[in-house]
Design a protein. Structure first.
Length: 57
């Protein structure tokens, strides 16, 4: 029984560590940096749409 509990605690610890790493990677880039990047990409997309003849207001 003791071994099962230890194994389960190790599994939980491993899953928690993995989740923390995922969250750290997800939020690694600051919001202002992402905002600038999105703005640049939006300009590129709009330029491509204009070349394709799309018009919007």
């Amino acid at each position: 029984m003791e071994q099962r509990i230890k194994t389960e605690m190790d599994n939980i610890s491993h899953r928690l560590t993995q989740r923390i790493k995922e969250l750290a990677e997800r939020y690694e880039t600051p919001l202002p940096e992402l905002t600038v990047e999105v703005g640049e990409l939006e300009k590129k997309v709009n330029a491509h749409l204009e070349k394709m003849g799309f018009v919007w207001k």
